[in-house]
Design a protein around this ligand. Structure first.
Ligand SMILES: Cc1cc2nc3c(=O)[nH]c(=O)nc-3n(C[C@H](O)[C@H](O)[C@H](O)COP(=O)(O)OP(=O)(O)OC[C@H]3O[C@@H](n4cnc5c(N)ncnc54)[C@H](O)[C@@H]3O)c2cc1C
Length: 348
């Protein structure tokens, strides 16, 4: 019987592990599995940050000789897992950042199991979790930090140019040099897509907003703002069919197929931002706790990590349909851990 089990392996999970390990609860972290299905869905262990290069907005990492520090701080058997770096001087990479948080948790005594939780039983006082190979885990508290998966278009070329012009996060990547003063495309028709287009217009010379339907789903106020924006060009009734690029340059263009009688188009761009939604990783929870209409886990008490089930807490993108940033996920890991600690101490 464990005191604290943490499911997940992004910044939320490892931060929860740091706090509960320092609180002497010896947490067990179940970090997910290395499977082909998880590779495709973007849910490999260590989370979404491994899908990006530079993370310029996580506090504490101005550009410098980061790799030297990272190598000295992560567990020695994890150094070989770090992504290659062209330049030693630079900002922290996503994969480095999450390795650092993991190592910090392990240094304080967090234990790690490489398994994926496929079902849960939250009906009794002891919470029961079942792993992919049938292993049973029991715990007084559970912190769910299983993140979310960005939806992609499903094009092979999209996979090929991820991190080299294809991104699912304009707030994260929009200010990077490859997009500054260049033309970029945003795919999507909801509020997020339109907000991302407006954000990108601060850096890009032109933003092409591409939506497969004849009308946007987004709120009227955003649609009006887009219509008035001089740097944003709208392409309605167009579907991306191919992302064009080279090994050397990454993305150089996008092919669009027109519907409703529109002729096909090819746009010269250096970046494609896919903004067609996120899916919180909650499949394994199947009706065991309350979810919000967008699929994220409900946290009924503002600013707290509690869920609808006593002793079960949630943190990070799995419970956040709005911000989806690493620093918010880490903060959520902290609050969930402190709330779990209070619960275990009978001091809710
Ligand atoms: C391309 C891209 C670039 C980004 N860039 C930035 C950036 O520059 N700055 C920033 O602040 N944010 C950035 N983000 C967002 C940031 O990565 C997320 O907000 C953050 O990673 C969320 O952390 P998390 O801990 O909630 O979960 P995640 O990072 O999503 O990790 C969750 C992990 O839990 C594991 N898991 C899932 N289900 C199970 C299960 N059933 N059992 C066991 N384990 C499971 C999986 O391994 C999964 O990957 C970016 C995101 C993307 C996609």
């Amino acid at each position: 019987m464990e005191k604290v089990i943490i499911i997940g392996s992004g910044p939320a999970a490892w931060t929860a592990a740091i706090y509960t390990a320092r609180g002497a609860f010896s947490p067990l972290v179940i970090e997910g599995q290395y499977t082909e299905a998880n590779q495709v869905s973007g849910t490999l262990p260590m989370g979404q940050l491994t899908q990006t290069c530079e993370v310029e907005n996580f506090p504490g990492f101005p550009a410098g000789q980061i790799r030297d520090y990272v190598k000295s701080a992560v567990q020695s058997d994890r150094v070989a897992l770090l992504p290659p770096r062209d330049l030693e001087h630079g900002t922290i990479f996503g994969a480095e950042l999450v390795e650092l948080i993991r190592s910090q948790a392990v240094q304080f005594g967090a234990r790690v199991v490489t398994d994926e939780i496929v079902s849960v039983d939250f009906t009794g006082n002891t919470h029961k979790l079942t792993g992919a190979e049938g292993n049973l885990y029991e715990s007084q508290t559970v912190i769910i930090a299983t993140g979310a998966s960005a939806k992609y278009l499903g094009l092979r070329s999209e996979q090929q140019y991820k991190n080299r012009g294809v991104s699912a996060c304009a707030i994260c990547d929009g200010a990077l040099p490859r997009y500054r003063n260049h033309e970029v495309a945003v795919i999507g028709g909801g509020d997020s897509a339109l907000e991302e287009a407006i954000h990108l217009a601060k850096f890009a010379s032109k933003v092409h907003l591409i939506h497969r339907r004849a009308e946007f789903r987004a709120s009227k106020i955003l649609v009006n703002r887009i219509a008035e924006h001089k740097q944003i060009v709208v392409h309605l009734s167009y579907t991306p069919t191919e992302i064009i690029g080279t090994n050397e340059k990454g993305v150089t263009g996008i092919m669009l197929s027109g519907t409703s009688g529109k002729v096909d188009l090819e746009l010269p761009i250096t970046g494609v931002f896919v903004a067609i939604g996120h899916v919180p990783n909650t499949n394994f929870l199947r009706g065991s706790l309350a979810l919000n209409p967008d699929g994220t886990i409900t946290r009924p008490i503002p600013f707290r990590g509690n869920t609808s089930v006593r002793g079960v807490f949630a943190a990070g993108d799995v419970a956040d349909g709005r911000y989806r940033q690493a620093v918010i996920a880490a903060a959520g890991g902290c609050t969930a851990a402190l709330d779990a600690e209070k619960y275990l101490n009978g001091n809710e």
